[in-house]
Each structure stands twice: as structure tokens, then as C-alpha cells.
Design a protein around this ligand. Structure first.
Ligand code: HEC
Ligand code: HEC
Length: 498
């Protein structure tokens, strides 16, 4: 961005902050304490409009080459891929989950919205559908039938493995052991989802849905992900050790991934840090780099094959409608679907630009930290043991080669990046969940128009999210339940400010 534009942006930001702040006299930018810089000095932007989760980090902004790549990468994430050949953004399918990142990650920031119908054409529905073995909820389904993330869309003449019209999401009431009452008598209500899939919605005749379970998982957020990637493995392991001495996250350090990074459940090099189950350890083999391929099934130089199961390829290649429409024999269809050497549909230049965007999205600065109520809430947050898991700060490693400027940054994500068991009622596959980062979430209402939270969006606001904390977080939740209304509100106001 040109210097002149930057001045305008800074002026606009200061104006927005002044205009929206509850403080009588907001401090000028130069006087902000380091906690305002949630993404560190080089990774934070001062903005609290509906564009808050889409900004390039200042270091990207200042470098014309990186900035161009960032914008090119953002377009790739924004655009819907199409099945037609030889167009920009072609390569969708044959079977897929959504057409774009933005279809599930609204403005790349907060969670998607709680919905009561799984409809992938509904832009509010950012859920991923998972079909899993109920006896092994924390593992992805190593299924011969379904891909780990269930595909519900297909390009003609192919058929989706699951027909969305057969997926039911039911929201059930939950009454906790206190009869949904705070110590001061105030009541609250809690709901949780139950997901089922009708047998006849499943493409595979020999797959018995009654022996399986289904659940939904919501998007987390993309901003600041480069900074989380820049935390060192050593610091992550040290944090895990410290948690174990507390008796927390017994034995769980996400999933170690092996050196090739391709088998997340193989003990190896890096500790997991991304996704609710910490199944991914590095951004280069992380949820975004993978999603660009497996959500859309767009092939590229380093992924010259489809995200597909052999069983699906078998069923589709035997389908006479498919054979006729493509003018191919069963063997030809099967071989194409399972080929390991397909023509790349996306160039590696585009992919590299996408990764600059992915790594380079800034974290919005904290707001109103000097407000006395927010200060009170901060004190309560620390005193209630929330920081045991929502670890306030980390310092990124000193040699982050993919984007050196975000090395050595003190960041405030409010997470230990480790998994804990909160013993939620029917949590689906995510029983032992990574602590969700809390940075920037207070802007969700402005950016995405709702406040839904937790891995399946069962919490309709921050308060309900806290009330769902049991298990390892029970004591913290108890402290919250015993607070006066004023203190509960102050704590929530603090969470909205960071
Ligand atoms: C079908 C909806 C959907 C689409 C489309 C989608 N995601 Fe996601 N994404 C999710 C869900 C759900 C999660 C959390 C899942 C989990 O933890 O297993 C997630 C997690 C992530 C995370 C991990 C965040 C963290 O803190 O660990 C990143 C990064 C991400 N997605 C990036 C992307 C990018 C980039 C794209 C486009 C190429 C994309 N996603 C497309 C649903 C989607
Ligand atoms: C034992 C670890 C632990 C403690 C202690 C803890 N949390 Fe959490 N917190 C988690 C985990 C894990 C999640 C994600 C749970 C999920 O989505 O299923 C979470 C999620 C949240 C969320 C929702 C995040 C989102 O956007 O989905 C909020 C808000 C939150 N915690 C606030 C608090 C507060 C306030 C306290 C203290 C009263 C606290 N937590 C104590 C582990 C903890």
C-alpha cells in the first residue's frame, strides 16, 4: 500500500476506534500497551470494521511483491471454483465439499453460523460433516467408503457419497447439574446438536449407517494462522509438559505427524497445533494448504490426484449413467478417478500466492483494554484459571523462514494449542478439543453478524460457551457460575475486547 493510503487508513482506524470506544479519552496508537498488538507489532492491524479479519499484515502491506501475491491469493480463496475446463478457477470436482474457502469461513474470521439444516448452498452453513466410528470418536474415519471430511457434492454425471437432503440436524435442550441456574438464581439455557444421516441418503449399498455416527464441526478462523505456525515446536512441547504436571491434557499432544507430514497419526517430528483435534502441525501441510485441494478437488503440481476413496471410484465407474455421459468404459472411468498423475488444474504459482495470503492475514488489535470494566474482567479471567488453557501470550520463534518478519513477535492468541477434555454432552467426534484461540473474536458480531461459538456452534454467545466448560475446566466454570452478574458481564466484556 502506498504511504499516502496508509496515512488515510491509520486516520480512519483511529477515527473508528475513537468513535466506537467506550472510553472517554482513548489512548493514541503510540501509547498502546503491547497487549493491544494481539498479532505482535508486525502482525496486527488497528481496525474494527467488517473487514477486520481480511487485512494483510503490515509487513505484507509494505512489500509490493508480497502484497501482489497476497491479493492474488485472496482471490483464489474468495472465488468459487468451476467444473468447466480451461477457465480461471477451473478444476472443481468430480466430487467435492464446497466451491471456495469463503463458502465456510465467513470473511476468514470468526466461526460460521449455527444452522438447522446442512445445506452446502447456504452461505451461512460452514459446517464440515464427519462420519465416524462412535467407538473411536477422536480419530478420523479411516473408511474405505468416505473421505475424512465427508463429500456431499458432485459434478454431473457423478453422484455425491451422501445426499444432503438425508442429513438431519436436531438441536436439543440440555439441563446441567445446577438446573441451568447461576449461584445468584439467574437462569440460562443450553442446546446441543444431534446429527443423523438416513441410510437411503448414502451412495454405498453395503455401508451400514446404524453402526456409525455423524457430527458437524464449525470453522475456526484463518487470521493470524501464520503467527501460530511461527511458534516453535520446543515451546509447544514445553507447554504440553507443563499442562501434564497440572494433570491437564493427559498424554494428548495433538497428533504427532511424521516427517513427510502425510500421515497425521504416525508418531514423528512435529507436535500438532491446527484444527480442533490438532491433526495438523505445519501450515505447509496444514488445514488451508490441504483444503484448497480436498475441499474442491482441484489438482496441482504437488497433488496430482483426487481426494477420493477407492470404493467411490468403484461405484462410480460401474454406474452406466456415468459411463455413458463420459463415453468411457468402466476401467477407463476407474483409472481416471484413481490416477496419481492427473494434469494439474492449478499452477504452483497460484498455490504459492495462496500461501502468502494464508500466512499473511493480520490479527485485529485488541480494543478498549483501558476501560475499567474490561480491566476488571481481565483480572477475573486470570483469577478464574482461564489462562491455564487460554494461555495469553507466546513469542514466535526467531527464525521463521517462510515470513521472517513475523519472527520474534509477542502475540496474544489466548490458547495453549493443546487438547483438553471438557466432558461436553455429546460432543461428536471432538471429545478432546484444542483450546480455541480467543483473539479477535469480539469482532465476530460486526464481521459475521452472530456470536455462535464452540466446535459445533452449540453456544449462541460467549456466556454459553463458558457454561459448556466441564471436565478439566470445571473449576474455572464454577468460579464463573458463582460470580455476580456484574462480574460475569465484565469477564465477557474483556473477552470481547481481546
Ligand atoms: C466445508 C467448509 C469449509 C471449507 C470450504 C473450508 N474450511 Fe477450513 N475449516 C473448516 C472447519 C469445519 C474447520 C475446523 C475443522 C477441524 O478442526 O477439523 C476448518 C479449519 C481450518 C483451519 C484451521 C484453523 C486453526 O486454527 O486450526 C484453517 C487454517 C482453514 N480451515 C483454512 C481453510 C482454507 C484456506 C480454505 C479454502 C482452501 C478452507 N479452510 C475451506 C471448514 C471449511
Ligand atoms: C482446561 C482448559 C480450559 C480452561 C481452564 C478454560 N477453557 Fe475455554 N476452552 C477450552 C477448550 C478446549 C475450548 C474449545 C471447546 C470446544 O469448542 O468444544 C474452549 C473454548 C472457549 C470459548 C469459545 C471459543 C470459541 O470461539 O469457540 C470461550 C469463550 C472460552 N473457552 C472462555 C473461557 C473462559 C472465560 C474460561 C475461564 C472461566 C475458560 N475458557 C477456561 C479450554 C479451556
Amino acid at each position: 500500500m502506498k504511504l499516502k493510503n496508509k496515512f488515510i487508513l491509520a486516520a480512519v482506524c483511529i477515527f473508528i476506534i475513537s468513535a466506537c470506544s467506550n472510553n472517554d479519552e482513548p489512548p493514541i496508537q503510540g501509547e498502546y500497551s503491547e497487549e493491544y498488538y494481539a498479532g505482535g507489532k508486525n502482525g496486527t492491524v488497528f481496525i474494527n470494521s467488517s473487514f477486520a479479519y481480511k487485512q494483510p499484515m503490515p509487513v505484507i502491506d509494505e512489500d509490493p511483491v508480497l502484497y501482489t501475491q497476497f491479493m492474488r491469493g485472496e482471490r483464489i480463496a474468495d472465488k468459487s471454483f468451476v467444473a468447466s475446463e480451461d477457465m480461471a478457477y477451473s478444476g472443481l470436482g468430480p466430487v467435492y465439499i464446497r466451491k471456495s474457502c469463503i463458502a465456510c469461513h465467513p470473511s476468514y474470521g470468526g466461526h460460521s453460523q449455527r444452522v438447522d439444516k446442512y445445506d452446502s448452498n447456504d452461505s451461512r452453513c460452514g459446517y464440515l460433516l464427519m462420519i465416524y466410528n462412535p467407538n473411536e470418536p477422536n480419530l478420523p474415519l479411516a473408511s474405505k467408503y468416505f473421505t475424512g471430511m465427508t463429500q456431499t457434492r458432485a459434478v454431473h454425471p457423478f453422484k455425491p457419497p451422501v445426499n444432503e437432503s438425508g442429513i438431519t440436524i436436531e438441536w436439543k435442550d440440555y439441563v446441567d447439574e445446577y438446573g441451568n441456574k447461576y449461584e445468584d438464581g439467574t437462569t440460562y439455557s443450553l442446546i446441543y446438536p444431534k446429527v443423523s444421516i438416513a441410510q437411503d441418503a448414502i451412495l454405498f449399498e453395503d455401508f451400514d449407517m446404524s453402526q456409525h455416527a455423524a457430527s458437524i464441526e464449525a470453522t475456526i478462523g484463518i487470521y493470524g494462522i501464520g503467527l501460530l505456525d511461527a511458534i516453535s515446536d520446543e515451546d509447544l512441547r514445553a507447554e504440553h509438559q507443563q499442562q501434564q504436571t497440572r494433570g491437564y491434557c493427559a498424554g494428548v499432544i495433538g497428533a504427532d505427524i511424521d516427517e513427510t507430514g502425510l500421515n497425521p497419526y504416525f508418531p514423528g517430528k512435529h507436535p500438532g497445533r491446527f484444527t480442533y483435534l490438532c491433526t495438523r502441525a505445519t501450515l505447509d501441510n496444514g488445514p488451508g494448504a490441504n483444503a484448497l485441494w480436498n475441499i474442491t478437488n482441484v489438482t496441482r503440481g504437488d497433488r496430482k490426484y483426487h481426494y477420493i476413496t477407492e470404493e467411490y471410484a468403484k461405484v462410480m465407474s460401474k454406474d452406466t449413467d456415468v459411463q455413458q455421459a463420459l463415453g468411457k468404459t468402466e476401467t477407463e472411468v476407474f483409472e481416471w478417478l484413481m490416477s496419481k498423475d492427473l494434469q494439474p488444474e492449478m499452477t504452483m504459482d497460484d498455490y504459492n500466492a495462496f500461501m502468502v495470503w494464508h500466512r499473511g492475514i493480520a490479527v485485529p488489535a485488541a480494543r478498549n483494554l483501558n476501560d475499567p470494566v474490561v480491566q476488571r474482567g481481565r483480572k477475573l479471567f486470570y483469577e478464574s484459571g482461564c489462562i491455564a488453557c487460554h494461555r495469553p501470550s507466546w513469542t514466535t520463534r526467531s527464525n521463521y523462514t517462510p515470513l521472517p518478519a513475523i519472527s520474534n513477535q509477542k502475540i496474544y492468541p489466548y490458547t495453549d494449542l493443546l487438547r483438553h477434555n471438557l466432558e461436553m454432552k455429546e460432543p461428536g467426534r471432538v471429545q478432546v478439543c484444542r483450546t480455541t484461540p480467543l483473539w479477535g473474536r469480539g469482532l465476530m458480531k460486526i464481521v459475521s453478524g452472530h456470536t455462535d461459538r464452540l466446535h459445533d456452534l452449540r453456544a449462541r454467545n460467549t456466556e454459553e460457551a463458558i457454561l459448556w466448560h466441564g471436565g478439566e475446566a470445571r473449576q474455572s466454570k464454577e468460579k464463573f457460575r458463582k460470580m455476580s452478574k456484574e462480574d460475569r458481564d465484565a469477564l465477557i466484556k474483556f473477552l470481547d475486547a481481546i
